[in-house]
Write a protein that binds this ligand. Sequence first.
Ligand code: ZN
Length: 306
Amino acid sequence: MFKKILSSIFLSSVYTFAFDYNLKPVKVTNDVWCFLGKLDMPTKENGGFMSNSCYVKADKSYVLIDSGASYGFASQAYEAMSKIEKLPVSTVISTHSHDDHWLGNSFYKEKFNAKILGPSLINKEYNENTITRMHQVLSKEDFKGTKIIPVDDVVNETRTLKIGNKEITIIPTGVKAHTSEDLFVFIPSEKILFSGDVIMNGRVTSNRDGSVIGTLKAIDMIKEKDWNYLVAGHGLDTSKTAINDTVEYFSLLKQRVLEAIENDTSGTEITKVVTMDEFKDKPLYGELNSKNVYDAFRELEFYEED
Ligand SMILES: [Zn+2]
């Protein structure tokens, strides 16, 4: 009986206390700190913290690039940043429409009335009642407070914001790359570029809404910019080598799938013929690689090099 009571107390406490993300900001440049997510799918165990969320200090306020997967995550990220310097968050930039990158927006709107900039897809594909992937993964308790709110200011073309002492350029890729609308954020004074999910490192990418050809074009745009630091949408490498995994993956994927098509490989055989073995030991290979190969086949089946 006593045991039973104890275990029910234990269980109820598990469900009463919201997820503790135990967040530690990583200093990337003088004025940029990031929370770098797990190289995993979103799960109850990681609280959906598997994407990167960064704070840029712009003199008297912070500018945020991607806000994470829940209100709870965003509020704990802000708490951790407050220990470095307690500044309001004036602006939030969402790099793309996947929910792990922007469900924290409602925290910054509620607490600071932050201005939210992002792609139009967030407003087109979601409304306050949409059941997102995170709704299904996280418990009610861990998802508490999270609201779907629209982007205030849709970014369709390149623009430079002047906020405090920073010039921050937002650059739409203009091609379907990771999604049909991806934004880069570039801060020349810090020589840092935020690529959203066009770049991932240390894990296999997810190309479910993207394009092989478009991603390679977007990578060329990234290469043209003068950066020393690059923060990927997912991945811990923020150095000059941050793009290497993605460059290699998409170049090989394109080359091998086109070769297989040339050899009359069919859609049913493609994932057996193109296996991308170099990436076999990377996280999420099992979950995502075959689907990426199959989608690449569908995209490249009628492709002609221009
Ligand atoms: Zn994404």
